[in-house]
Design a protein around this ligand. Structure first.
Ligand code: SAM
Length: 430
């Protein structure tokens, strides 16, 4: 399908014919690849005269509605605009071509994450996106030269009015779900607001602290595409893990996990490193640095446990920490005696839990600077390799995972069962 042709037809037939003549808005719509903002399966419909589902029971707005709301702001080019409800990010992208900066807020982290990746892909550098409740606005960046709300509010939220500059307009759909009206409220010099009704409309509900209970709940009627309701629990967990990349806790959590895994915790940090890098491939190397730092510091704790506390804690480790067996521990000790640096170095790449090596290094009193150096180099190499692969192929990997999610879940389950049976009947019995 030739998307450029589809886009031109969309602008001519759906926008210009309905009397939107602002050339800068038409140009922005002509150059914004709307098909990138919807799932692959919906791309043939991306330029149709309709809103489309984007997951999480939300929608990308109809092209005409995006054009109308944008034109209603009366933009000159130097504005700072606040958008509430990033959704797919399409409206944000259109605005980013027309103003100096767009501040946009989305309450659903997985949608925000997807939008952010498209902004990166399109090199939209004048967008500030945050995840949270947009009904309180964005106080520390106010006042704005325009505010656009892309979800329906029961009444005009006063917070938005307070954050408008003089002469600036708030564009907001207001009213019950089946009788919404798009309003433009403009702040006048005397501090009042002029109010205009632009057209009837129908938006998904604005949900948040500062909206009334009539629509501010998930019970609002929202049109949902077939299949969206059936999102599996595992897919929701997957989305939830990926959405971590959009929170400020992502990097600290990775440091803590890498630190803990190097001394006592059983789950390797690669799990979180991979999830975060899939969510935001452009940050993958940063995540690798965090994991390497956490793991090296945790390794020093492991070394200290082995060095000073081993006689007290050995039984506990052998009983409760997976991967710790006296035989393996002795083997690692023998390796240390012969090749100290290379044992720690190679340990960074083996599936044997890293803590076995860090604690053994302390027990067998390996030279500490050599241990730290080997840890730092090997853990960095390992995590940077994972991150580099995801930075390079992460987008494709994620598209593949999401396209074949159910099938992949089944394959992983079967492999797990086979591995368990194999372990129980062939390895464990010997
Ligand atoms: N402009 C979007 C686009 O082009 O894709 C359409 C957005 S969709 C119609 C409305 C969005 O508002 C949804 O993604 C929804 O999660 C979001 N939303 C609802 N209440 C919100 C709130 N209090 N704060 C931030 N976003 C909110």
């Amino acid at each position: 399908m030739d998307y450029a042709v589809a886009r031109r037809r969309m602008v001519e037939n759906q926008i210009m014919r309905r009397n939107i003549t602002d050339q800068s808005v038409l140009d922005a719509m002509l150059k914004t690849p709307r098909h990138l903002f919807v799932d692959e399966g919906l791309r043939p419909h991306a330029y149709s005269d309709a809103s489309l589902p984007i997951g999480e029971k939300q929608t990308i707005s109809q092209p005409f509605m995006v054009a109308s709301m944008t034109a209603a702001l009366g933009l000159q080019g130097q504005e700072r605009i606040l958008e509430i409800g990033t959704g797919s990010g399409y409206q944000t992208a259109i605005l980013s071509h027309l103003v100096s900066r767009v501040y946009t807020i989305e309450r659903i982290a997985s949608l925000a994450g997807r939008a952010r990746r498209i902004f990166d892909q399109l090199s939209l550098t004048n967008v500030n996106l945050k995840v949270g409740d947009g009904t309180i606005g964005w106080l520390d960046q106010a006042p704005f030269d325009g505010i656009i709300v892309t979800a329906g509010a029961p009444d005009v939220p006063t917070e938005f009015l307070d954050q408008l500059a003089v002469g600036a307009a708030l564009i907001v759909p207001v009213g019950p779900q089946d009788r919404q009206v798009l309003l433009r409220l403009t702040r006048t010099e005397d501090g009042r607001f002029s109010r205009e009704e632009l057209m009837d409309c129908r938006f998904v509900p604005l949900i948040g602290e500062k909206v009334g209970p009539t629509m501010g709940s998930d019970n609002g009627r929202v049109s949902v595409s077939p299949g969206e309701e059936g999102t599996s629990r595992i897919k929701r967990i997957y989305d939830w893990v990926l959405s971590w990349a959009e929170t400020p806790y992502a990097v600290p959590a990775l440091v803590v996990l890498a630190f803990a895994e190097a001394s006592f915790f059983p789950i390797p940090p690669d799990v979180l490193l991979i999830a975060l890098s899939l969510a935001r491939p452009q940050n993958a190397l940063r995540y690798a640095f965090a994991a390497a730092l956490g793991s090296t510091c945790g390794g020093i704790l492991g070394y200290a446990i082995g060095y000073g506390l081993w006689t007290l804690v050995a039984d506990w480790f052998f009983t409760y920490i997976p991967g710790f067996t006296p035989a393996l521990f002795q083997q690692v000790g023998d390796l240390f005696v012969r090749y100290d640096f290379w044992t720690v170095f190679a340990a960074g790449f083996t599936p044997i839990p890293y803590k076995v090596f860090t604690i053994a290094a302390g027990v067998f009193k390996i030279n500490l600077p050599i241990f730290i150096l080997a840890s730092l180099v090997s853990r960095s190499l390992r995590f940077y390799l994972v991150a580099w692969l995801l930075r390079r192929y992460g987008d494709r990997a994620r598209a593949f995972i999401e396209r074949y999610f159910n099938l992949l879940t089944l394959v992983v389950l079967i492999l797990l069962v086979v591995a368990l049976v194999f372990w129980k009947f062939f390895l464990h019995t010997q």
